[in-house]
Ligand binder design. Structure first.
Ligand code: FAD
Length: 474
């Protein structure tokens, strides 16, 4: 029998669930990736993610060729092209890994229908997460809506069985050779970005190198992960997004490491599964609704002034150094440190009073690691409308967050060098600097760096009033 392995967001050979099942069940397995115009047409012509995917597919093709196979690259609407390719190759089955995003579920349902009409089966596997959908439920058989009990149950269930890699290599002899080449970025209608200049290397080999680098730092993760100036986190998120690394491999390494840092990191991997299961079990969050419905009563700021403030937030011109440096990090690199995602998201909803959905959309366009489930989860957490036991009056103060997590101002200075010469005590609140200090730093506020666009204390009061509508809700 012959089969087709359809790669999507699982761009690796090693420990790939669907690839293993395809190779095990069929004597001849073709591999394909579709550059899906249904997705690509909505993107700007320079997009780091498209470049990351294209280069990762090229590496995947090379890795498959080294094993006697290869990757057929198609450019078109996946819902049309995939069934057409399967029919042309004459396969009996198509194998793919689950993609949990609402648009992907729709596409896959359509593909399944079209394949079925041609007598071809579509088999899908869990690959992206450790536990999906209903695999971790409460004692009463319900989906969890709070992380702490979820993570306890997740950890209790985690054992060697779920962490075992799929031994793809065992059946590599079943790979069918492919002709043709992976189109270059220009042929797909895109141009190169600054991806390489900022040190982000696509592909499974680069993911492995990052992982090896992080293994040496894992024990100190708990200590360093909140300091944006430090090399604390793993920077693996973009690889998890496109499957150039296996989640099982990461979880197994953390699980086997007895350090506190590894335990903390493993919990972060559980957050990822948590938000995936929230999206699966509470699909309203993927439709733009608040997880807690009463939060949809909030009246957000709208109109020209809010638009101008939103633009200032996007561009990193709010006058709050930590917020601005974070937004510049996002705009220039497509990455933002987790602590700063929390700070900037809180600032948008609770200092500017702007609907979290606008911020969510902005992050979705900019983040290399953009993941609907985690991004929505993070934004709803920040706006207090989500799965969180904390009350809405947790409002981050952007100045004290800076003093606490960037005490030397090293992160801020990296993106806002004009502030680097300010005394540490005022670096996170330049408007409080003495005229002599401003002069010594050669800084004119309003010219070299903006004055704050809102007063945090006043904004805090306004937010408490705005959020009062959720009180007394069932
Ligand atoms: P590490 O600290 O090394 O963590 C390892 C992995 O754990 C990450 O790669 C990620 O897969 C997972 N993880 C860590 N923290 C979280 C979390 N809070 N929620 C879910 N998974 C987590 N993460 C995304 O992958 N895509 C997004 O679109 C995204 N949007 C976010 C938006 C907001 C407002 C917030 C507050 C957080 C968001 N996160 C998102 C979560 C987190 O910020 C990133 O996963 C993390 O910064 C990625 O960097 P890293 O790989 O170096 O993380």
């Amino acid at each position: 029998a012959s089969a087709l392995m359809w790669f999507r967001r699982d761009l690796r050979v090693q420990d790939n669930a669907a690839l293993y099942h395809a190779l095990k069940s069929a004597g001849r397995v073709h591999c394909a990736f579709v550059f899906d115009t249904a997705i690509l047409q909505g993107l700007p012509r320079q997009d780091r993610r498209v470049e990351f995917i294209r280069d990762s597919v090229a590496e995947l093709d090379a890795a498959l060729r080294a094993l006697g196979g290869g990757c057929i690259a198609v450019h078109g609407d996946a819902a049309d092209e995939l069934p057409r390719l399967a029919a042309r190759l004459g396969v009996q089955a198509v194998f793919a890994n689950h993609d949990h995003e609402p648009a992907a579920l729709q596409r896959d349902a359509l593909v399944r229908e079209r394949l079925a009409a041609a007598g071809i089966a579509l088999h899908t596997s869990k690959d992206q997460v450790i536990f999906e959908r209903d695999e971790v439920l409460t004692q009463a058989g319900k989906a969890y809506s709070v992380f702490t009990p979820y993570s306890r149950a997740w950890l209790a269930k985690l054992d060697g069985f779920y962490l075992k890699p799929y031994p793809v290599e065992r059946y590599a002899g079943h790979l069918a050779p492919a002709t043709g080449a992976v189109p270059d970025l220009e042929a797909l209608g895109f141009t190169r970005t600054n991806l390489r200049d900022i040190g982000i290397v696509p592909g499974a080999r680069a993911a492995e190198a990052l992982l090896q680098d992080f293994r040496g730092r894992m024990a100190r993760y708990g200590e360093l992960r909140d300091l944006p100036a430090a090399k604390g986190p793993s920077y693996l998120s973009v690889h998890l997004r496109f499957g150039t690394v296996s989640i099982r491999r990461l979880a197994a390494l953390a699980h086997a490491d007895a350090s506190d840092g590894a335990a903390t990191w493993l919990k972060e991997l559980a957050w990822r599964d948590f938000y995936f299961q929230v999206l699966a079990n509470f699909p309203r969050v993927g439709r733009g609704e608040s997880f807690k419905p009463e939060y949809d009563r909030i009246a957000w700021e709208e109109g020209p002034e809010a638009d101008a403030q939103f633009a200032a937030w996007c561009d990193g011109r709010t006058g709050y150094p930590l917020v601005d440096a974070a937004m510049l990090q996002l705009n220039r690199t497509g990455y933002m440190h987790n602590r700063l995602r929390m700070v900037t998201a809180s600032f948008l909803c609770k200092d500017l009073g702007i609907d979290w959905r606008r911020g969510e959309r902005y992050f979705a366009r900019q983040l290399n690691d953009y993941e609907l489930a985690s991004n929505n989860g993070g934004w709803q957490w920040a706006s207090s409308s989500g799965c969180d036991a904390q009350p809405y009056f947790r409002i981050f103060n952007p100045v004290s967050q800076g003093e606490r997590f960037d005490p030397e101002g090293r992160f801020v200075a990296r993106y806002l060098p004009q502030l680097a010469k300010l005394p540490r005590a005022v670096l996170h609140a330049p408007w409080t600097a003495k005229p002599a200090d401003l002069a010594a730093a050669g800084l004119v506020l309003g010219r070299d760096y903006p004055l704050p666009i809102v007063d945090h204390a006043q904004a805090r009061e306004a937010t408490l009033r705005r959020y009062a509508v959720v009180k007394g809700a069932p």
